[in-house]
Design a protein. Structure first.
Length: 369
């Protein structure tokens, strides 16, 4: 059963097109994370699902019901905001119970739901306190509890962890994922943090300029980005890109360096100007030259504990390589291994992925089965 279906949704603010023909479907119980740069439309899309923003064209269906024209209170969705949005004069219990009281839920049922949610979130001891007496992490747990008690068809999270420190973000990220799995409720989560996006998502939606750039599992998008933007947006450190020409299954770079990427020379096609992306963790360094290696100088080293990130200068440009902790020191002359690495090839003009044989890759479907 498809729990959430967004059907060709568009939205303008004045002359600015904020959502441009957004279409996707996800199955029941999915954890969907929408990620993208500031201004890409991800929060507007979330608010449109909640009914807090109207849409100009298209339709939204939740649990098989068309909610496009319904008020937020009629959609059976629960939203957790970045700033918690708790009532300062009410206790934790009263904050969590408030929405149920507005719906005239019986008192015994309110008590059951509030205490059950508080138990799941380990905040039973906080029920008599007010928000001013809580830490940021505790306030966010209360906000999550207020959403849980409603037993909605759809959970919506709008950058809920961005106000917290790194350690607490990690803790609550695990808690949110565990909670979503136990409740088995379809969840849409908006973030600008790609690490959150990769670790939380069953289905990842990468947005850019009001459109969906790519949609799929985090691993599928990371391993096989369909556009240069998706390739550059996901990954820490990011991909290193180098211009090249693709012809006959061979990548030719400036200075005569070349890599063979398609067996048998690939399908016949004219030379194609491309950008070639290399993931830092796929690059290797050695002291000796060999086939497919490039002379490089280590300019800077970032110590990461178990690994180190090397900033390298080569005749082709700058690279970053994520290597074991005993890697080369600053100033070292090394050879950078490029042959046989997992790379992305993207058309210089369109930014679309190109297969090693020169064919344009097919875009990812926007339906998650």
């Amino acid at each position: 059963m498809t729990e959430l279906h967004v059907d060709h949704v568009s939205k303008r603010f004045g002359d600015t097109l904020v959502l441009d023909d957004i279409e996707f479907s996800v199955p029941s119980g999915s954890f969907v994370v929408i990620v993208g740069p500031s201004g890409c439309g991800k929060t507007t899309l979330l608010r449109s699902l909640a009914g807090l923003e109207g849409i100009d064209t298209g339709a939204i269906r939740i649990a098989g019901r068309d909610v496009t024209e319904l008020e937020p209170s009629e959609r059976n969705v629960a939203m957790v905001f970045q700033n918690y949005a708790l009532y300062p004069t009410k206790t934790v219990y009263e904050n969590m119970a408030y929405g149920l009281r507005l719906r005239h839920t019986p008192r015994s049922e309110i008590d059951r739901r509030v205490k059950s949610a508080a138990g799941r979130l380990q905040i039973e001891h906080l029920l008599a306190r007010r928000p001013s007496q809580l830490s940021g992490g505790q306030r966010q747990r209360v906000a999550m509890g207020r959403a849980i008690v409603r037993e909605p068809s759809l959970f919506l999270f709008d950058e809920p962890l961005s106000n917290l420190d790194a350690a607490l973000r990690n803790e609550l990220r695990v808690e949110i994922k565990r909670l979503q799995r136990s409740l088995d409720v379809t969840t849409v989560y908006v973030t600008h943090d790609q690490h959150e996006a990769m670790t939380l998502a069953d289905i990842l939606v990468v947005m850019r300029g009001g459109r969906i750039e790519q949609m799929g599992s985090p691993k599928a998008i990371y391993d096989r980005p369909m556009t240069r933007f998706a390739a550059s947006f996901l990954g820490t450190p990011p991909m290193s890109f180098v211009p090249a020409s693709l012809h006959g299954g061979r990548l030719s770079f400036d200075g005569g360096f070349a890599l063979v990427v398609a067996a048998g020379g690939g399908a016949p096609h004219a030379p194609r100007d491309v950008d070639v992306g290399f993931r830092p963790e796929d690059l290797s360094i050695s002291e000796r030259a060999s086939a497919g290696t490039l002379p490089a100088r280590v300019d800077l080293v970032e110590e990461m504990g178990a690994t180190r990130i090397l900033h390298l200068t080569t005749s082709l440009g700058a690279f970053m390589a994520n290597v074991p902790a005993e890697g080369a020191p600053p100033g070292a002359e090394v050879h950078l291994g490029l042959q046989g690495t997992r790379l992305g090839i993207f058309d210089r003009t369109s930014g679309l992925r190109v297969e090693p044989d020169g064919a344009t890759a097919r875009p990812t479907a926007r339906q998650a089965a």
